[in-house]
Each structure stands twice: as structure tokens, then as C-alpha cells.
Write a protein that binds this ligand. Sequence first.
Ligand code: GLU
Length: 424
Amino acid sequence: MAYIEPAPISDKENPFESMMSRFHIASQALGLDDEVYNVLKSPAKQVQVSLPITMDDGSIQVFEGFRVIHSNILGPSKGGLRYDMSVHMDEMKALAAWMTWKCAVVDIPYGGAKGGIKCNPRQMSAGEIERLTRAYTFAMAEIFGPDRDIPAPDMGTGPREMAWLMDAYSKVQGMTVNSVVTGKPLVLGGSLGRAEATGRGVMVSALAAMEKLKINPYQASISVQGFGNVGSFASLLLAERGCRIVAVSDLSGAYYNEKGIDVEHAIKYRDNNNGHLEGFEGAEKILGEELLTLKVDVLVPAATEDVITTENADNIKARLIVEGANGPTSANADPIINDKGIMVAPDILANAGGVTVSYFEWVQNRLGYKWSAERVNRRSDRIMKDAFDRVYNASLEYKVSMRIAAYIVAIDKVSKTYKFRGGF
Ligand code: GLU
């Protein structure tokens, strides 16, 4: 094949390099022609803005804001908005491409995008975050739009920020446009089931994978890294289905209880404790790193990128990894995990429940209608289960890992669509 191999991946993990190396392997397995490879390998648009914000003390601080649209071949681009100090252009490019593949894997009519602001929301007041969100939206007013590019929550953002974004965008347009953003509060046109959607999709993927591995959920032990929106709901829903959650963690550390953590209690504790688990007594405190290498049936990394690397992959003892986060396994660690015979339900499959219910939210907004929680859950469960089966079957057909199979399913769909649409 004529396309140029990506440069060898550096030792220091870079999410964009990780994404590209999987894209390359899957493209080869699929026999993708080099023209389409070149179209899909680079983002369609990259925007960077400087946002001067008046802080509460009267000083002016300048923040960097980003939005990367990787592709709008399948439809308007879709993807979250991240507030974190780690935000930089390469991370945004990787996360935007992952959204393209994710939407294609679950077969919803969206392209992929990602946005972010380099900031530490934990050290900012609500007023400062509000001004920053409104300034960012104003700067992106030409980029966003219900038929162009639709943001949603990601790390460091939630319904509150989405409400400000919707309001700022609507003010620019001179009318209420609630379908410009998803993950909104219910009263603004948010969808029932959206808050728990990513965790619920993780649960559906985990149960589907356990069935293939003949792991009985009632006898399964699970450790979950990250106790934010994804990790906490995934833990709760898996516990409700009989699984034993033996470890959870957040920025304050990791918490282990062999008999199983009372997840409902842990969530209540976190909500009354400034959003973290420090001091949680239902478990023994262990090192964050230890959680990843516990002897469990299932490991759910649901925190951030590059936590399973060449440094620790060999020590992982789980039989199944279900990726709640985006990019938790570096590409360099993939062969180690594969050689150990560990099954991976990859990020672009396992955490796609969030964007699936975002799609339902957008559909409801455009219909001017509201679905029941049952309808949302039933439809998203079916989409997740169908996607799992598609990826599993592709892994058998192409004799590749579940991760590469997910990329194959996605690239196949996007490239076929591109060929029908054509370029200039
Ligand atoms: N930020 C979430 C993700 O990475 C949700 C994106 C969305 O709903 O558009 O999948």
C-alpha cells in the first residue's frame, strides 16, 4: 500500500500517535485505499482561540480554547468539551478522531469532534467558569450549530456548562436553539437517561463480553478506575446486575474491599464530600497503581488516557478490560495485553453509550418531544449490544483484536460513505 507509515511511536505516550497507529493497522487489515486513508488521517478543521477572562479578583487571565473537527462525513460533528490542565492540540486531535470512529461503530449519523479549554476548573469559581464557557461559545459561534457541530460534556464539564453554552449560543442566534448541545439539564431539553448513559453502555458491553468469556456476572469481581460520571454509574449498574465491585478510585486514591464495595453508599459519600472519596470507610485504602493490577475478572479504566502502558501492562491480571475512558490503553501496550489473552472491549465501543443518548437528546429536541427513560434505555441498550456483536464478528472475520475490529467496522463505514459522497 502506498500510504506512508506513521512515525514509530515515541516512548512517551501521545494519544494522537496511539490513535494513528491503530488506524494504520486497521486500514491495512481492511485494505483501505491510500486516497481514503489520507482523507481520514487528518482532522477536517482545527480551531484555537485565546479567551481573556476577568477573574473574580479583577485580574484578566487568558485561556487557550480548542475545537477540532476530525470528520463530518457521516453528519454533523459530535463530541465533548473538556476542561482540564492537560488539554492540548494533539490530545484534542486524538479525541476528535475517536469520536468519528465511536459514532461509526454505534451507527449514528454523526462525524467526530472534540473541544477543550486548558484550565483547572477545581480552582475556579462558578462565575469564572461561566464567563469562560460563554466566551468560548461566542468564539465558536460559527463552528457550532445543530447541523454543523454539537458539543457535549466531557472531563471537567457537565449539564451546568452545557446550559451556559446553549444560552450563549442562543443569544448569538437571537432564538432558543437547544439542539446545539447535548447533556443539558432536563428542564432545558436534556434527555432522561443521559447522565448515566456512558456508564450504562459500559455495563452492557461488559456483560456482553463476560458472556463470550463465560464469566458469570454473579461470580465476577471488578475493579473500576475513576469514580466520575462514567466510573460511578458503571459500578452501580454492574453491582445491580450481581457483580462484585472490589475496588474503585478517584484523585484521592484507590479503595479496596474484597467482599464488594457498597457502591450506592460510596456515591452518596462522594456527593456529600466535595465530590471525592477521601476518608471513605467502606474499604481499605490502596495505591492508585495497585488497582490496575489486582487479581480480578474485569478491569474498567474509566478515568483518563494512557493509564495502561508498557510499564504496567504485563502485570494486569484481569481477563477482560472494558474501557470506560477514552484512550486508557496506549498503543504500545496493545500487543502485551493481546499476548496475555486479555479481551478488551475498546473505548470506541464500550463508552459509546454517552454519545448514543446524546444523539437521542438531539433527536428529541428536533422533534420537540420527550421520550420516557424506558424508551431511551431500551434503544441505547439495543444499539450497544448490536455494536458489540458487529465488532465481535469482525474480530473473528479479520482475526484481529476487538480493538482493531472496532476500528475496522468504523473505518469501513466512514470510507464507504465518503466514496458515495465524493470530494471536490
Ligand atoms: N464526551 C463523551 C465522549 O467522549 C460524550 C460525547 C457526546 O455525547 O457528544 O464520548
